[in-house]
Design a protein around this ligand. Structure first.
Ligand code: GDP
Length: 199
């Protein structure tokens, strides 16, 4: 897919502020600092569409970007600052949980969940994916980010470990796995091709 335009559309504090359902939406989510903003900028070929390294923990909004005037890229606030939560859902920003639970799959076509390829499975990611797989309906993929931080074989090892320890336990498996690096600019074409195929 060639990106011909990428424009900020709107920010929403919750499901209610989201644009009316219409164009297909593709959402990106991950723990704060996982590299989500960098990946979004890589995908759309812009240095600063999504703000890299926003102040962690501050109230964040759901940001919608119109891509090629054909689909919406949805930048969901990062998770990772909740302390001990009473339920898995409470771990995440309510607005995000609401959006992922209630946006119809006809609108929310796909969610890309980012995982840091350098780390062993993290509790917050396991909790988030467990919830996403069990309590939401749209298909999702995993994006293993920052692959340049270690050797290819180490990345493969970590992905395989994640596969065994986390993915195997999920109620609904991801439809694909991607390995990306914003530094090496890799994984971009694969993700854009997947989006293309779902438009
Ligand atoms: P976000 O909080 O998930 O949006 O993460 P950012 O995109 O702001 O990235 C967090 C930090 O990781 C920044 O210092 C980025 O420069 C760095 N980073 C992001 N992606 C990559 C990557 O692919 N490789 C490396 N080495 N660093 C990255």
């Amino acid at each position: 897919m060639k990106i011909t335009s990428a424009e900020f559309l709107t920010s929403a504090p919750g499901l209610r502020g989201c644009p009316p359902p219409g164009p297909p939406e593709f959402a990106f989510i991950g723990r704060s600092n996982v590299g989500k903003s960098s990946l979004i900028n890589l995908l759309v070929g812009r240095r600063d569409l999504a703000k890299v390294s926003q102040t962690p923990g501050k109230t964040q909004l759901i940001n919608f970007f119109s891509i090629n005037r054909a689909w919406l890229l949805v930048d969901l606030p990062g998770y990772g600052f909740a302390k001990v939560a009473k339920s898995a859902r409470a771990d995440f920003n309510e607005a995000v949980a609401d959006y992922l639970e209630k946006r119809e799959p006809a609108t929310l076509r796909h969610t890309f969940a980012l995982i840091d390829s350098r780390l062993p499975p993290q509790k917050l990611d396991i909790a988030f994916l467990g919830w996403l797989a069990a309590d939401t309906a749209s298909p999702y993929s995993l994006v293993f980010s920052k692959a340049d931080k270690q050797s290819r074989s180490k990345t493969q090892e970590n992905v395989q470990r994640f596969e065994r320890e986390v993915i195997a336990t999920l109620a609904r498996p991801p439809t694909a796995r991607f390995i990306t690096s914003a530094v090496e600019r890799s994984g971009r074409n694969e993700i854009l091709a997947a989006i293309s195929g779902l438009l």
